[in-house]
Structure formats: C-alpha cells, structure tokens
Write a protein that binds this ligand. Structure first.
Ligand SMILES: Nc1ncnc2c1ncn2[C@@H]1O[C@H](COP(=O)(O)OP(=O)(O)OP(=O)(O)O)[C@@H](O)[C@H]1O
Length: 279
C-alpha cells in the first residue's frame, strides 16, 4: 500500500478500521487519509467496501475496530448526527433532497431558522425571509444560477437538484463534504456542471471525498485517488501518474503498487487480459 508522503495533518484519517456484518467483513483493516483542500476520489470494485468505509467515516455505522481522527484528534461518532455536529456533511446518491419543498426550505431542512423573539420561541414560526436570503447567498457563493429559490425542487433538473444538495452540504460543512456518486443519475452536460461545482467547493478550501464508479470523472476532478479492494486501501495514487487502465488493474488486483509507488504485477493473467504491465 502506498501513501503520498506528506507533512500535513489529514483532515479526516482512519487506521485499521474493521466492520463486520455477521460473517461478512465489509471493512478489513482499512486506512484512510483526506488532506486539507483536496478532492479525494474513493474507487473500488462492487463489494470492495467503499460504502461501508464511508459510512464509518460519516457516523452511519460504528466500526468494530480501528481509529478515526478528525484534524488529528481521535474521535468516535455515535451516528450521522454526531458526524454532522463535527462538520462532516454527506451528499447521498438518493434521498438528497425533499422534492416537494422549495429550494430555500431544502437548504435548511432539519435546521430551520425561527423568527426572532416571541413568534419564534413560543410559536416556533419560521423565518422564511432570512432562510431565503441566506440560501441565496450560499447559491451565489458557489455560482449556482437558479431562477427562484421559492420554486419546488421537483421542478428542477437532476443536475440542479444535485447542485441544491451540494450547496446544502457545503453551507453546513465545517470540515469535510462527502459525495456518494453525485453524477450517477446525470447526463453529460449536467455531470460537467456538478464536476465544476465540486471544483468550486474545493477551491473554497473545503476538502471533498468523492465516491465514484465513473473513471473519466475521477480522473478529471480528483487530486488523489484512494483505491479500495477487498475491504481495505490497496493504494493511493495521483491520477497524473497512472493511466485509467492501470488504475482499473489496481482495483481488480491485476497490478499492485509497491512502497516506491511503482506498479507490480500481482496477477499476470489478469494483467495480460487488462493489457497493462508493471512500471
Ligand atoms: N448491512 C449489511 N449487512 C450485511 N452485509 C453487508 C451490509 N452492508 C454491506 N455488506 C457487505 O459488505 C461488503 C461490502 O459492501 P459495500 O456496500 O461497503 O461495498 P461497495 O464497495 O460500496 O460496493 P458497491 O460499489 O457495489 O456499492 C459486501 O460483501 C456487502 O454485501
């Protein structure tokens, strides 16, 4: 396994994570490092344990073993709410937004602002005006152009909905934004817009973890790629150092990566079939 040598303290880090579901070991001693200001893609074959790893890092599952550190400090999340309270926001592939509600209400879903004074404290009245104003500021900040924040989310295109979900996550995140397959359901143009948006989030200084099966998107946007295989990190590489075929070969186990960052043939038949050779 290789890690890019760095002196920076990772924003989010894991060592030796294990998660078992009965007889299945979904995470098998996984390490993870997210550096400040980077887009880190997490890729791996189906069943490699990417989702389980991300769930452990975002509080959705509690690992059986291992350690998670946030900004260098050991931390245990008791649930997604606890990860959120520590500034980790996740954009889920499905269920990203409440379709029948308007854009501003979606931005503040579960964190609604109340009217000041008695109206808010006693009658729990919502401060819709302020929520719209702040939602508009967040949208402008990320250069997301939407006609009206009072239109319901179901009237938006898939890409626009994803943009609302990303804007919401960025608005609340203080440490990390995790995105699970954000372009999976989108067309070419909309995917491009979401990738641009991810770049803007990164350029604001917010590190992004991107789980994706889409290799061209990963190569286009990731600063580093965490390759997950058989429940653990098989390699961390820079997209500029490897071809897509090589990364797929690392993912499937045809190639391994040694401590110097060179690829080594791990399965010669599979490497031959994939048309790749060791460096
Ligand atoms: N709740 C669960 N109960 C039992 N087994 C599970 C559960 N969640 C995941 N697993 C198993 O753990 C392993 C890893 O699954 P996981 O979903 O983390 O992989 P993945 O890399 O995200 O896969 P995919 O790309 O197909 O979504 C699989 O064998 C899966 O069947």
């Amino acid at each position: 396994m290789t890690t890019t040598p760095t002196t920076e303290t990772p924003v989010l880090q894991a060592r030796g994570l294990v998660k078992r579901y009965g007889h299945v070991t979904a995470i098998d001693g996984a390490d993870f490092d997210l550096l400040p200001g980077e887009v880190l893609a997490v890729i791996g074959d189906n069943g490699a344990g990417k989702t389980s790893l991300i769930k452990a890092l975002t509080g959705a599952v509690v690992p059986d073993e291992g350690e998670i550190r946030l900004n260098g400090k050991p931390i245990q999340f008791s649930g997604p709410q606890s990860a959120r309270a520590h500034g980790i926001e996740t954009v889920y592939q499905d269920l990203a937004v409440a379709a029948s509600m308007d854009i501003a209400s979606n931005m503040f879903l579960g964190r609604e602002l109340r009217r000041p004074g008695f109206l808010g404290s006693a009658f729990r009245m919502l401060d819709k005006k302020r929520m719209r104003q702040e939602a508009a500021e967040h949208m402008a900040d990320l250069k997301i152009g939407l006609r009206s924040l009072t239109q319901s989310v179901e009237t938006l295109s898939g890409g626009q909905r994803q943009a609302v979900a990303v804007a919401r996550a960025v608005a609340w995140a203080r440490s990390v934004v995790v995105m699970d397959e954000p372009t999976a359901a989108l067309g070419v143009k909309e995917s491009g817009q979401v990738l641009d948006l991810i770049r803007r989030v990164r350029d604001k200084g917010m590190p992004v973890v991107l789980i994706s099966h889409n290799m061209p998107h990963v190569f286009e946007i990731a600063d580093r790629i965490h390759v997950h295989r058989l429940g653990r990190r098989a390699a961390v590489i820079k997209p500029s150092d490897y071809s897509m075929a090589e990364v797929v070969a690392i993912m499937t186990g045809a190639l391994g990566v040694d401590a110097a960052g060179d690829t080594v043939v791990a399965d010669s038949e599979a490497a031959k079939a994939a048309g790749v050779q060791a460096t």
